[in-house]
Design a protein around this ligand. Structure first.
Ligand SMILES: [Zn+2]
Length: 268
């Protein structure tokens, strides 16, 4: 079902448009689904959550990232996310070459590219990605627990901050998915997993469900080639047909360049 690297190489004397037409005919546009996690943002200056020196080694997730924590101590939860929002908006943080490569893939690939990120930062958008799902929400969004309206938000949230829609104080919360809550747009993600020809997991620990189970969903559908790109093997690394390890800023641009050159072939 995948174009063979050997065949793709044999066409290199032809114009790129001709190669694309023959390897990836329009009638069967190939669908790519990319899942990203904190590892892709590591080189952008953001702390990951699960590394030995990551955020969960400094603060307990039970204290800041659950509905119960927010009920118990909303001030602390607001402060935690306010600090992370300020860090993201500081001049020190920006997209790295891995984010850029995925935006280029979406722009140049003749089929569909859906990017599903577990990250709550906005680095994919800043790099230029457009077909993007934030399955764990966005730190630059706030949601009202009274009227339910969510919208872009870049300021601190404090208890007194009124909801811009209904005016209620003590109702706004950061629009991220806490542990114990349902990830966003799961129907769309599961549909895309069943239909994709290539599933690539980038910079994820493989320990947080449901994202950790996506590779199995893609494999069960029986059509997708599965690839892991990570700093080191994830917990579920042996579920992937192809694996590459190293800094995301190096291995993601390399992988994207190969896909754009050779199509959805096996490892070349
Ligand atoms: Zn409201």
């Amino acid at each position: 079902m995948f174009s063979r690297p050997g065949r793709a190489r044999a066409y290199l004397a032809e114009p790129a448009s001709s190669i694309i037409a023959r390897v990836m005919p329009q009638t069967s546009a190939r669908k790519i689904l990319i899942l990203t996690g904190a590892g892709i943002s590591r080189e952008s200056g953001l702390h990951t959550f699960r590394d030995p020196d990551g955020i969960w080694s400094q603060v307990r997730l039970e204290d800041v990232a659950t509905p119960e924590a927010f009920e118990r101590d909303p001030v602390r939860v607001h402060e935690f996310y306010n600090a992370r929002r300020r860090a993201l908006l500081s001049g020190d943080v920006g997209p790295n070459p891995a984010h850029g490569a995925l935006a280029r893939l979406e722009a140049d690939w003749p089929g569909e590219v859906l990017l599903v990120t577990q990250n709550i930062d906005n680095l994919h958008e800043r790099a230029g990605s457009k077909n993007l799902v934030h399955m764990h929400g966005e730190i630059l969004s706030a949601r009202c627990q009274r009227c339910g309206v969510a919208g872009p938000w870049s300021a601190d949230i404090v208890m007194e901050t009124p909801c811009p829609t209904c005016g209620q104080a003590e109702a706004l919360r950061v629009d991220v998915v806490w542990f114990g809550e349902m990830p966003m747009q799961m129907d769309r993600i599961l549909t895309a997993l069943e239909a994709c020809d290539l599933f690539v997991s980038i910079g994820t620990s493989g320990s947080v469900y449901p994202a950790a189970g996506f590779v199995q969903e893609a494999r069960m559908a029986g059509r997708a080639h599965t690839v892991e790109l990570n700093l080191e093997p994830s917990e579920g690394h042996n579920l992937f047909a192809e694996r590459h390890y190293g800094p995301a800023g190096r291995i993601v641009p390399e992988f994207v360049a190969r896909i754009l050159r050779d199509g959805l072939g096996e490892k070349s």
